[in-house]
Design a protein around this ligand. Structure first.
Ligand SMILES: Nc1ncnc2c1ncn2[C@@H]1O[C@H](COP(=O)(O)OP(=O)(O)OP(=O)(O)O)[C@@H](O)[C@H]1O
Length: 308
């Protein structure tokens, strides 16, 4: 269980995490989502006692991380998979970390098996691919058989098989009753892995809900309408009870009105329409809509591939 209250982190004038409250519960996978720079890593670092909050607090399994006598046995974390001595073998690296907590070689070999590292366990970590490095990071996280796992962007660098493996693995850890908290900037990834998501935008929580709820909310149908007479058509459609939001200078998204009715209204008023496309909003779009105002560095591309 992870509990944050009024958790805040400021770096000079910049507020990276702004007074957030949340609880991550055992027995399920909780996804931590947000665009780059939203504050996910900073929050995870505070959970793990690597950064001091400027305000508020966060507890893991009932206590601040630093107050646990054997933190590896409470919390397993995967933050930066590259932070490993390159000359050591994977097994020796695990043995070295295990020794700090009086964890024996038997458990080291167990986690090697759990993470599928048997064939490379005696190879130098320096030659590992990113995916193998991620598996090794996970093996370290699991050494103490912790009740809580915190994984920062764990699918980064994994090949498609690795992604499927990690997804199943995260779910099996949660099924054992553990708290599994993993970050990602991809909603589509979380939709397949997490039971619950907490979405961060510019240091604030913009959603904290079961994935099923976000999916249900994402299914509102809309119609994309491209026209050079945006203002005029918007007024006409709103008079019909539609909700119209502007996506681009000449493009609107229309809800609560059928495409056929939009066409009739436009034709009746002599409004030129270049495009009229009924669209079902994908989960990815729902996520983008939630975080639209919170992206620090925006590209000019606005419509990602539909991805569910
Ligand atoms: N040590 C630091 N000093 C100053 N600013 C920082 C520091 N660490 C993070 N920030 C700023 O805090 C904000 C949140 O960063 P953070 O890395 O937590 O975001 P994130 O959601 O994890 O993003 P990413 O996916 O890019 O890692 C960003 O604006 C970042 O530039």
């Amino acid at each position: 269980m992870i509990e944050a209250q009024s958790l805040t982190k400021r770096y000079g004038a910049k507020t990276a995490v702004n007074n957030i409250d949340f609880t991550v519960r055992p027995g399920q996978v909780t996804g931590f989502l947000g665009p780059n720079g939203a504050g996910k890593s900073t929050t995870m670092r505070m959970i793990l006692g690597l950064d001091r909050p400027s305000g508020g607090f966060v507890r893991v399994n009932g206590k601040a991380y630093a107050r646990h006598h054997a933190p590896l046995r409470q919390v397993g974390a995967l933050l930066d998979a590259k932070a490993v001595h390159p000359g050591r073998s994977a097994r020796n690296h695990l043995l070295a970390v295990a020794a700090t907590h009086r964890i024996g070689a038997k458990r080291v070999d167990e986690v090697i098996g759990l993470t599928g590292l048997e064939s490379v366990a005696r190879k130098r970590v320096g030659g590992f691919s990113l995916g193998m490095g991620q598996r090794l990071g996970l093996a370290v996280a699991l050494l103490g058989d912790p009740a809580t796992l915190i994984l920062d962007e764990p699918v980064n660098g994994l090949d498609p098989d690795g992604v499927v493996w990690l997804r199943r693995f995260a779910r099996s850890l949660a099924a054992e009753g553990r708290t599994v908290f993993l970050s990602s900037h991809l909603m589509s990834e979380m939709a397949q892995t997490a039971d619950h998501v907490i979405i961060l935008g510019r240091g604030r929580i913009v959603a904290d809900a079961p994935v099923s709820e976000i999916l249900a909310g994402a299914d509102g149908d809309s119609v994309r309408v491209r026209t050079p007479q945006v203002e005029h058509l918007t007024r006409l459609l709103e008079a019909e009870g539609a909700t119209v939001s502007r996506a681009e200078p000449d493009l609107v998204s229309v809800k609560n009105l059928a495409a056929s009715r939009i066409a009739e209204v436009a034709a009746g008023a002599g409004v030129v329409v270049y495009e009229l496309t009924p669209a079902t909003r994908s989960l990815e779009e729902a996520y983008l809509a939630l975080t639209r105002d919170d992206v620090e560095y925006r590209t000019t591309q606005t419509s990602p591939e539909v991805n569910r």
